[in-house]
Design a protein around this ligand. Structure first.
Ligand code: NAD
Ligand code: MG
Length: 297
């Protein structure tokens, strides 16, 4: 079982074969993937870097958010897990892993594309954890559309509401509750700089996330609240199998990177932990690219 601690060749540390041509319904369950992803369930080792922290993680049921939630719990944080109601079964599996780490897990389904639900989620998190000092915004919507003629205003709007407006709503609602030392980590993408032809709406939201995060970082730093961004490259998650890519792209998914393979969510856990822990205390408004070697601005 590959882990993040053993000296090894990253080229073949994880699956290099590509992925099955599988198309599942949006939002896609981890339990439906023919090839399951690695979220560090069997490998992530905490060292107390987030001891006593109170974290809200969105998109925590699967993929990158699941890896972050597991890592945060093993580093000592209590975690509110946000996801869509149809992802309850995936979320319950993550909640069990958080409890196995000896931490509190709060299941908090909410649709972040709806302002009232996004704001209520923050209030729920504060009540359930008795405060909040880490916000990890991982939820995202990505739906591939080949032809601009077929990109609907409804999709364009839903992608922006889910990916960009939710950052504004959650952060605005949370700031009055966040003590100095708190951290906010958002999730951008290689798509922010290198947009794929079928991801016009999605790629644009990811550039917006980079910018809104850097702007918020300027405003919140004097309060002692740090905002940073993780920008993943291709990672194997339900997002990709549930419309994020055309299924016929999946056998080659990730092979365009210099490392020649897609990443596994477990390979992102350290980035999300680092940007929340006091180790990164002088790092503000930064985008940490974790993408198998693709050049970024
Ligand atoms: P994923 O499908 O496991 O996670 C996405 C999550 O977003 C879902 O689990 C769902 O809970 C949540 N979500 C979607 N719409 C929502 C809504 N309206 N309200 C609340 N939650 C909603 O896939 P993932 O790849 O782990 O995606 C996590 C993040 O990583 C996304 O922001 C995605 O854009 C970003 N990202 C992924 C990749 C990749 O290759 N997988 C690359 C770059 C960036
Ligand atoms: Mg999911």
């Amino acid at each position: 079982m590959p882990d993040q601690y053993t000296f090894t060749n990253p080229v073949d540390q994880y699956r290099t074969d590509g992925y099955p041509e599988q198309g599942i319904a949006e939002p896609g369950l981890e339990s439906e993937l023919e090839v399951r992803a690695d979220h560090g369930e069997d490998t992530y080792r905490g060292t107390g870097r987030l001891e006593g922290r109170k974290a809200l993680v969105t998109g925590a049921d699967s993929g990158i958010g699941r890896a972050a939630a597991i890592a945060y719990a093993r580093e000592g944080a209590d975690v509110v897990l946000n996801y869509l109601p149809e992802e309850q079964s995936d979320a319950e599996a993550v909640a069990q892993l958080v409890r196995d780490a000896g931490r509190k897990a709060v299941l908090a389904p909410a649709d972040l594309s709806v302002e009232s639900e996004a704001r209520q989620l923050v209030r729920t998190a504060v009540e359930e954890l008795g405060g909040l000092d880490a916000i990890v915004l991982v939820a995202g919507k990505q739906v591939w559309v080949d032809d601009l003629a077929d990109l609907t205003s409804e999709q364009f709007d839903a992608t922006f509401k889910t990916n960009v407006y939710s950052v504004f709503w959650v952060v605005q609602e949370a700031v009055p509750h966040l003590p100095a030392g708190s951290t906010i980590v958002t999730t951008s993408s290689i798509q922010a700089y290198s947009p794929a032809p079928g991801l016009v709406d999605y790629a644009t939201t990811k550039a917006a996330i980079n910018t809104i995060s850097k702007a918020l970082a300027q405003q919140l730093a004097p309060k002692g609240i740090r905002v940073n961004v993780v920008a993943p490259g291709p990672f194997w998650t339900p997002l990709q199998a549930s419309g994020g890519q055309p299924p016929e792209n999946l056998p080659e998914f990730g092979k365009e990177t210099p490392l020649g393979r897609a990443g596994q969510p477990a390979e992102l856990a350290g980035a999300y932990v680092y940007l929340a822990s006091a180790e990164s205390g002088y790092t503000v408004g930064e985008t940490l690219n974790v993408n198998g070697g693709m050049p970024t601005p």
